[in-house]
Design a protein around this ligand. Structure first.
Ligand code: FES
Ligand SMILES: [Fe+2]
Length: 381
């Protein structure tokens, strides 16, 4: 985010004429509980959102050198993204053409080729089948040329890697970001480095994971013993970018900026939690001095795999520096694991019970309203 944009947002945050709490959205809405509990709707969401829309699968730094790979599950479709010798990226369905074994796991470093762990079939980094060791005669009526890995569309820009499981035609990151690219490009994410990723499975619908991050209204209640003293909960910034949104909650430390007589010296980012809610699968967060990435994989209507990664703006120069970033990740996952997600699990139980017909998103929860409207619009498309 550029310094000019930060100053513009600071002016909005402290506009004396603005309504508080606020700014409010146009209207409150009711959403049927079935949006979180209906298995048939869940199947449509996986197909329409998670397979057909581009998903943010990672930062470029996670797959930086030729032969590096990263993997994702896009609405049930297992994919692998592989850095090519010419530095471009290719995506494949992560399944061997022999009998379907997963070829690579997680994030991996600098392989010269992709070897299947089951019977050793070997693929070039471009996905073409190179060798069936000790077994060519056993498959001499199935030409190798017909057994390249199935391609998946991938795009990379601004340090972000997107992939799409269905629909072969190419797409661009800028198209996928619907205008958010201007701000995101200014972070220089290309130079960030991955520190650590932790993965958990939560007994909640994937949308409840997103809901967790969309308003500061809950902070004085749910987080009164932890982070509440540090945050404003009567003001926020929300802007929509097509189906995506950028929501900023601010720490009280931001008041220090207003004391700087020269407006050009004021900054917002170190005092904010700036969250890019990127439909369908990711929440990219700038927090104080680093970046966090939440990647969601819906497994069932009431089960979601969530991975949380922390990225530093430069490689840690000492163990102490590394420990500082890890401490940030511990704190983030501590608050969400102790306070947010157990409550979300009980909400899921309630919404699945059949006894709760609907939930209400208020005018003072504009990011929540926008997110659910965007999901509904994709389903209706
Ligand atoms: S499944 Fe990959 S070599 Fe057999
Ligand atoms: Fe929270």
């Amino acid at each position: 985010m550029t310094p000019e944009r930060q100053r513009e947002l600071l002016r909005r945050l402290f506009d004396p004429a603005a309504e508080r709490p606020g700014p409010l959205g146009a209207r409150s809405v009711r959403n049927p509980a079935s949006a979180y509990s209906c298995p048939e709707r869940f199947s449509r969401e996986r197909e329409r959102l998670f397979r057909r829309l581009p998903s943010l699968v990672g930062l470029s730094a996670e797959c930086a050198r030729p032969g590096d790979h990263l993997t994702a599950n896009l609405g049930g479709v297992p994919i692998a993204v592989v850095r090519q010798p010419d530095e471009s990226l290719r995506g494949f369905v992560n399944a061997c053409r022999h009998r379907g074994a997963a070829l690579v796991l997680g994030c991996g470093r600098a392989q010269r080729a992709i070897a299947c762990p089951y019977h050793g079939w070997t693929y070039a980094l471009d996905g073409s089948l190179r060798a069936r060791p000790s077994a060519e005669a056993g498959f001499d009526d199935v030409p190798k040329e017909s057994l390249s890995l199935h391609p998946v569309a991938v795009a990379e820009a601004h340090g972000l890697i997107f992939a799409r499981a269905r629909g072969g035609e190419p797409f661009s990151v800028d198209d996928a970001l619907h205008g958010a690219q201007e701000e995101l490009a200014a972070y220089g994410l290309e130079s960030y480095v991955p520190i650590e990723t932790r993965t958990q499975e939560l007994p909640i619908n994937w949308k409840l994971v997103v809901d967790t991050f969309t308003e500061p209204y809950h902070i004085p209640w749910l987080h009164k013993a932890s982070i509440a003293p540090h945050y404003f909960f009567d003001r926020w910034i929300f802007d929509a970018y097509g189906p995506h949104g950028r929501f900023i909650g601010v720490r009280r430390s931001v008041e220090r900026e207003l004391e700087k007589p020269d407006e050009n010296e004021r900054v917002l980012l170190p005092h904010g939690t700036t969250q890019y809610l990127l439909l369908p699968n990711a929440i990219l967060v700038h927090q104080i001095d680093h970046v966090e990435l939440w990647r969601l994989t819906p497994l069932a209507v009431d089960r979601t795999r969530v991975s949380t990664s922390i990225f530093a703006p430069r490689p840690p120069e000492s163990e102490r520096e590394r420990a500082y970033w890890i401490k940030n990740l511990d704190a983030l996952l501590g608050v969400t694991a102790n306070e947010d997600f157990p409550l979300m699990a009980r909400i899921q139980e309630n919404l699945s019970s059949g006894a709760v017909p609907e939930v209400v998103y208020g005018k003072m929860e504009p990011a929540l309203v926008h997110f659910h409207a965007a999901v509904d619009a994709e389903l209706a498309r």
